[in-house]
Design a protein around this ligand. Structure first.
Ligand SMILES: [Zn+2]
Length: 479
């Protein structure tokens, strides 16, 4: 720390320096050294009680002092509060970060990926509708500074780069505020950062805007309103289960019921709901949090995901005592929900009497309305349509690309859903342990249609293309 020329203060030192004013540091000969999130470490030439008190008042942090020769403190202060040239580098990072946020918000990206490429450089990609798009390259050095700045703003430990970290930050853009979840993982000596824009509950689309047709919505909402309803939303990662969960919570009048949630992570702050975030390292797992919540007599629970046997059995018990539940499950479709829960250890007869409804979904990219072009529908699609009583014309649309849609041919996404209501005939089949295909045959008679039928409805209406449908679903599944 003795060479002031060309030395860049470390990120932890920059955080420490930000807590102390430059003028005070020079006046009192105090050198900010590091800040770990709780304790500020400073170098002083003489540690009197008055100075310590002054430091505590200025920084409102726990302060630890290290005795250093005054000459060294004065020399090192030049690094801690760098001259204009270094400040320019910092403001360059701040400007780059502003531009990245602006690009992400402008293109409705849900995630931003900052990935190291080579020799301290990195690239930025935006996740727009589930497809990563290149945004910009950050030159050598700037990438690290942008990552360091993100860590400071996310209240992360800036001195730690070898362990994954999670944090949060708030961004204001054009008068709108966004909550952003930040996570870092070490990659080849540098860090990869993913920023996720959290949804705002008041901006979560309702079920209709998500693309759920009126008939399915009527079935689903009827089930949601039943006391002690156990609703499972199934799909793979990225199928929009969280958004549908939050849209479902919107249908509940939160002012008169005690609603709690356990989520990993919380993707949207919901006013009026006690939300607990899973934190495995701190011992707060899904089962631990659920048991704690159940002692407070909730009316309704939202369980972010059921992925272990304990969570499933607690959920089933809660449902039997009349608590309504909304939860998500990693399963391919609604018909596979009972099998998947049984694999996780659910008792089949408890399951048969608890499960109210299983919903499954995919998010399909919507064709850009400006540039989509006419095409024809395939014979396979027509066959599936005929089989399920869906009248399809011969005409469909496909993607082209223009400047409005960034030459992707798509803009926004729409949900394709299936809704499986567990009526008595199905409950009996679940208790027997019938295979998903057999459940499908029983459900078909009661009006259930597989997701692909709903997706074909969007194809027939020119909302999406058959090619996009086939990225998510296959016609063989409907046979
Ligand atoms: Zn277009």
């Amino acid at each position: 720390m003795t060479d002031a020329s060309g030395f860049h203060a470390s990120p932890t030192q920059r955080t420490a320096a930000a807590l102390l004013s430059r003028s005070f540091a020079y006046e009192a000969d105090v050198l900010p050294i590091s800040y770990d999130g709780t304790t500020l470490t400073v170098g002083v030439s003489a540690a009197g009680p008055e100075l310590l008190e002054e430091l505590r008042q200025q920084t409102r942090k726990t302060v630890r002092t290290i005795l250093l020769p005054v000459r060294e403190i004065r020399e090192c202060l030049k690094q801690a509060y760098p001259p204009a040239a270094t400040r320019d580098a910092d403001s360059q990072a701040a400007q780059a970060l502003d531009e990245i946020f602006s690009a992400a918000i402008g293109s409705y990206a849900c995630d931003v990926h900052l990935e190291p490429t080579d020799a301290r450089a990195g690239r930025v990609r935006l996740d727009v509708d589930g497809v990563l798009q290149h945004d910009r390259q950050l030159e050598s050095g700037l990438f690290e500074r942008v990552v360091a700045l993100l860590k400071v703003r996310s209240n992360m430990n800036t001195g730690e780069s070898r362990l994954p970290q999670d944090g949060r930050l708030a961004v204001t853009f054009d008068g709108r505020s966004f909550d952003v979840r930040t996570s870092t993982i070490p990659v080849g000596g540098l860090e990869k950062v993913v920023l996720r824009f959290l949804q705002r509950f008041d901006l979560v689309p309702d079920l209709e805007q998500l693309g759920m047709g009126s008939e399915l919505m009527a079935r689903y909402q009827r089930a949601l309103k039943r006391p002690g309803a156990f609703c499972v939303i199934a799909g793979p990662t990225g199928s929009g289960k969280s958004t549908t969960s939050y849209a479902s919570l919107q249908t509940i009048d939160l002012s008169h019921v005690n609603v709690c949630s356990v989520e990993d992570p919380i993707e949207c702050q919901v006013p009026g709901i006690a939300q607990i975030a899973v934190n495995e390292r701190a011992g707060i797992t899904f089962p631990v949090a659920l048991r704690a919540l159940l002692r407070q007599n909730p009316h309704q629970l939202f369980i972010g995901e059921m992925r272990d046997g304990d969570t499933v059995s607690i959920a089933l018990q809660a449902s039997l005592t009349g608590i309504s539940l909304i939860t998500t499950l990693h399963a391919r479709d609604a018909l596979r929900v009972p099998t998947r829960l049984a694999e996780l250890g659910a008792n089949r007869s408890t399951l048969a009497s608890s499960l109210t409804i299983a919903v499954s979904q995919r998010l399909l990219r919507m064709l850009c309305r400006r540039c989509k072009i006419r095409s024809s529908i395939s014979s396979q699609a027509l066959a599936v349509g005929r089989r399920y009583g869906l009248a399809l014309g011969a005409e469909a649309w496909e993607a082209q690309g223009c400047d409005v849609c960034d030459y992707s041919g798509f803009q926004g996404r729409v949900g394709a859903f299936e809704v499986l209501e567990i009526r008595p005939e199905l409950a009996a089949a679940i208790e027997r342990g019938d295979a998903p295909a057999d459940l499908g045959k029983i459900a078909f008679v009661m009006g259930y249609r597989p997701m692909i039928v709903d997706a074909l409805r969007h194809v027939a209406a020119g909302i999406t293309s058959e090619g996009e449908l086939l990225r998510h679903l296959s016609f063989e599944d409907a046979e």
